[in-house]
Design a protein around this ligand. Structure first.
Ligand code: RUQ
Ligand code: CUA
Length: 617
């Protein structure tokens, strides 16, 4: 908060305002509707803590998965203001994403993706503010560059792996982002009847290598797994660096009505993967190549994967900041289990196994667990604060439980409005969490906002965790569909404001209106266009019907926020070019006639004059 001391007075005003709201509640507007029943002083404190005065900046960025919207939403904390939308797996007309040649190519045939778990890049187990990775169910993973908040790469759909839910968890030095299949299927892919599920279908865990300077991702290896549904994961850190943990359900290998058939066993598993051992196995040639991918079969290469029995149908698995505790939540239970990494290692050394699944040893539950913490019903995900505090979301109880690592006592519970799913704490899955804010990402919400019809506004709730008791301090609308989010200190992210001219190496860039114009090569027409306040040059061009037209637009501005657009009517073309950027769009001039193009982004008093014509003869 010391970032903005000059505005302390505005907080005082707000306290007064909030207090006034609390006292003005009339019987026709029940207090519960306005304030959730909170008393006046609590409201005033909450208002003070979340109020970011006009012109002030938030302390944190929160990167929130947009689920099947295919996007990432950026929020500021503690104001909970929606700052930006980063399109990733879905076209987004507001930024022209999915319309220009490069982003269109990146999306490929899929204009939809179901994004789940954003993962910030890390150095020594701490967010470093370079990249954000996010997975998607169609076997893909994307990289967003935090220098310009744009999607730079989409890897996949990768072969063999189907339904990439247990992803994109990043290792402590961003060596890997991980993938794992929620849906098993025959590997290699071929039509085999579901009646052969238990034997012929396989799960897949994959390591996606991240190039350390460019962030470029490549599929490094896969591990052939039993046909369980791999659900969530987390990378080991410090004590457990080099390991990855994935929860799995349907270890019954059942099909059909899974709500019944996959809930038969008392325990499912967490798969513990020694990814450094996997790297060594690959280097030693111990793999089969399936559909072009190096695949390790644990039956042939022991010592890479172990199974930890965990409470029925586990969802989240979360590694504590010290790396030694691994928290696995069986979502059909009232406890969450804490495993001890040292004990896991001892059990592996002593071959303290109770069985195996497709050649993968199952460790003895009693030998590897430290505690079963009675957090409450339906534990899903755990995040961490300072001083060994842990926070677990409880879906069934609709609450967050606060408990202590080491002593295992549950000390507080904060109700959430409706069925919390994930939760996210400020830097809460790094080696040094901040312990001040926690956001509950609720799966359902009703009555928290004005009704807008059958689809109720989603609600995320900001919780103050600086004191003994957790305090709900803000209810914010979240764009659907909320899954996981990560919260990083704002000063770790250093976005640029313009693309420097000297960095623009685009072969079709033109910086001078004198070089703008049309060149023809057979049926291929190239229009090099300059966008600068307040003209798109050339202001008109002619092509022949059937020509293949490429328009390459360079925005030669070097001024913050001076974006220009290129909207070409009736041709479904909408490109947005940031200052210093060159973008191309290629199309066939199918329709003849006259078509206007114009700048879509307000840029100056003469923005409306920024227009031209394409004549198709
Ligand atoms: S899941 S509510 Cu897709 Cu991350 Cu847990
Ligand atoms: Cu350029 Cu409006």
């Amino acid at each position: 908060m010391d970032r903005h001391p000059q505005h302390a007075w505005s907080r005082v005003l707000v306290i007064a305002a909030a207090a006034a709201v609390a006292t003005q509640c009339t019987p026709s507007r029940p207090e519960s509707r306005r304030s959730g029943g909170a008393v006046q002083s609590d409201l005033a404190v909450a208002a003070q803590k979340t109020y970011v005065a006009p012109g002030d900046l938030d302390e944190y960025y929160m990167f929130s998965s947009g689920g099947h919207s295919g996007q990432v939403y950026v929020y500021g904390l503690p104001s909970m203001r929606h700052l930006s939308t980063i399109p990733v797996f879905t076209p987004y007309p507001a930024t022209g994403y999915g319309f220009d040649d490069d982003s269109k190519k990146m999306l490929g045939d899929l204009t939809w993706g179901d994004a789940h778990h954003p993962a910030l890049s890390e150095t020594k187990g701490d967010y470093d503010g370079r990249w954000l990775f996010i997975n998607e169910m169609n076997g893909r993973i994307a990289r967003i560059d935090l220098r310009d908040f744009k999607t730079k790469q989409i890897l996949g759909p990768v072969p063999n792996l189907h339904g990439n839910h247990a992803s994109s968890f990043v290792t402590p030095n961003s060596e890997y982002a991980m993938m794992a299949s929620r849906f098993s299927r025959p590997v290699p892919q071929r039509p085999v009847g579901v009646d052969k599920y238990a034997t012929e279908y396989k799960g897949i865990i994959a390591g996606v290598k991240i190039e350390p300077t460019s962030g470029e991702m490549s599929l490094a290896w896969q591990i052939l797994m039993p046909p369980f549904d791999y659900d969530l994961g987390d990378a080991g850190k410090l004590a457990s660096d080099g390991w990855m943990f994935f929860t799995s359900y349907n270890t019954e290998r059942a099909t059909g009505k899974l709500e019944v058939t996959a809930s038969q066993r008392d325990r499912d598993y967490i798969a513990a993967v020694d990814w450094k051992a996997a790297e060594r196995a690959i280097a030693e040639g111990k793999f089969d190549t399936i559909d072009g991918v190096k695949v390790i079969d644990p039956k042939k290469v022991p010592g890479i994967v172990y199974l930890l029995p965990c409470g029925k149908s586990p969802h989240g698995v979360d590694v504590a900041p010290n790396g030694n505790w691994i928290v696995g939540s069986g979502k059909l239970q009232g406890v969450t289990t804490v495993f001890n990494f040292e004990k896991i290692q001892t059990a592996i050394r002593n071959k303290d196994f109770t069985g195996e699944e497709d050649g993968i040893p199952v460790l003895k539950y009693e030998s590897i667990k430290d505690a079963e913490v009675p957090v409450g019903l339906g534990p899903l995900h755990t995040q961490f604060g300072t001083d060994n505090w842990a926070y677990t979301s409880l879906f069934v109880d609709s609450a967050i439980a606060k408990w202590k690592l080491g002593t295992w006592e549950v000390v507080d519970k904060a109700p959430m409005s409706y069925s919390i799913g994930h939760l996210s704490a400020a830097e809460g899955d790094t080696v040094s969490p901040d312990g001040n804010y926690l956001v509950g990402l609720n799966k359902l919400s009703h009555g928290r906002h004005l009704s807008v019809g059958p689809s109720q506004p989603e609600s995320s709730q900001l919780v103050d965790i600086t004191e003994e008791k957790m305090k709900l301090i803000y209810d914010a609308f979240t764009e659907p569909e909320p899954h996981y989010a990560q919260i990083i200190k704002a000063d770790k992210v250093k976005p640029i404001e313009v693309y420097p001219k000297e960095e623009n190496k685009h072969p079709m860039a033109v910086w001078d209106v004198a070089q703008a114009g049309v060149t023809r090569n057979g049926k291929n027409v190239l229009v090099k266009m300059v966008a600068v306040r307040s003209t798109l040059t050339p202001t008109d061009f002619e092509v022949q019907a059937g020509d293949q037209v490429t328009v390459a637009i360079t925005n030669v501005e070097q001024t913050t926020d001076e974006l220009h657009g290129f909207g070409l009517l009736d041709y479904n073309i909408n490109v947005v070019i940031d200052p210093g950027e060159t973008k191309t769009v290629t199309f066939t001039a199918k329709k003849s006639g006259v078509f206007a193009y114009y700048c879509t982004n307000f840029c100056s008093a003469l923005h409306q004059e920024m227009q031209g014509y394409m004549v198709v003869k």
